[in-house]
Design a binder for this molecule. Sequence first.
Ligand SMILES: Cc1cc2nc3c(=O)[nH]c(=O)nc-3n(C[C@H](O)[C@H](O)[C@H](O)COP(=O)(O)OP(=O)(O)OC[C@H]3O[C@@H](n4cnc5c(N)ncnc54)[C@H](O)[C@@H]3O)c2cc1C
Length: 404
Amino acid sequence: MSKAKILILGGGFGGLFTALELAGSFDVTLVSDADHFLFTPMLYEYLSGEVEAWHIAPRYDELLDDNVHFVQAAITGIDLVAQSVSLAGRESLNYDALVLAIGGVTNYVGVEGAEEFTLPFRKLSHADNLRHRMVATLDRIPPDFAPLDARREATFAVVGAGASGCELSTKMADLLRDAFQRRALQGEPRVLVIEMGDRVVPGMGDQIREFVEDALDKSGVEVHTNTRVVKVTSGELTFEHEGKHESLKTAGVVWTGGVKMSPLIEQLDVEKSKRGLLVVNPTLQLSQHVNVFALGDIAFYPDATPTLAGTAQLAFQQATLAGRNIKAYMEGNEMHTKHFEELGEAISLGTERAAVLTGGKAFGGALARQARFALYTSRLPTWHHRLRVGASWFLGAGTQMKRM
Ligand SMILES: Cc1cc2nc3c(=O)[nH]c(=O)nc-3n(C[C@H](O)[C@H](O)[C@H](O)COP(=O)(O)OP(=O)(O)OC[C@H]3O[C@@H](n4cnc5c(N)ncnc54)[C@H](O)[C@@H]3O)c2cc1C
């Protein structure tokens, strides 16, 4: 008898970990447009060279054994009625059960020029592009440049002061400052973080915010709250604060201002939340199509701590439930539900600091940096990969930033 076909769309936290749960049970296929998984929480350390690509972006062919077929292709359409998925340049795939885990896409909220002229920060290639931009900027500044000219030339802005914007801006500021010293440039670089809300890391608790504010200050990041970016052009950013518009020349603007649903999800005719997420049952199934399970950033799950929305933590935890429930569904057994809780928050703040919130207590400093690394190493996809990364960190390789 042929095995039931389980098709998993997306190889991020939700999709990859579901595939690992199901490996060996059915005819499992994982589709992703990249050839590697990406451990996004450490993309900042990849930017600074503290970790290498193999640490945080292992290839699927290393992670998945023969029990899971991997197809590298862009998904172009999902037909829930015909139970078929179209792929660019390949034959469509059909399924008995489908897992939707394609994550979100950058949300430019309609700001003029943002999509064209800002740098996104969601993929390995985005971090490479940003690093190249920073190095090219530094290379343009001669040591005899007056301090103010050097500062004007090395001005970078990060849009959005959520966890991502704060982690990135502190990292960029530390890297640029270190490069100024090493290259004997005069003055200091300028890094701004621009936030339309009234405080940084709005989704996080006050305890951890204190560490974030302190780190932004120590890294010399200029924080502009209640400020809205209204236009971006090549080399210039315009923002509005208290009704006044101001323009600023920049060497680069990085957009971390939010996530929205991909057009593939938008076109599905099923129940959605106000933000366009797929509303799933507590079993992770879509109510109109019970052979379809959705998780991670695209799913609105009713029973999770609200601060978990849009996090790797949630997708990672949901993958275990998805794996168990798909097995139960295919075998006609009872499915499970689960309440998802915070596993603790960890945030990297520049090249020297981090903050960790665990068991209701926040701590920072060098110890937090080590704790964050240990926590994240334990969440890497397979024991084999965890061991390699842990050993490399323990032996001191890959812990130094790669200087600019
Ligand atoms: C820089 C950064 C740092 C982050 N840091 C943290 C953190 O510290 N802690 C935390 O909890 N969360 C963090 N997050 C959020 C976290 O990454 C997401 O919540 C999580 O990845 C969601 O998992 P997912 O499986 O839903 O989607 P993703 O992990 O985004 O995976 C989606 C997958 O689908 C594939 N895909 C998408 N569209 C297509 C298509 N059309 N065709 C083929 N394949 C496609 C993608 O390539 C990817 O493999 C961070 C995110 C970013 C960008």
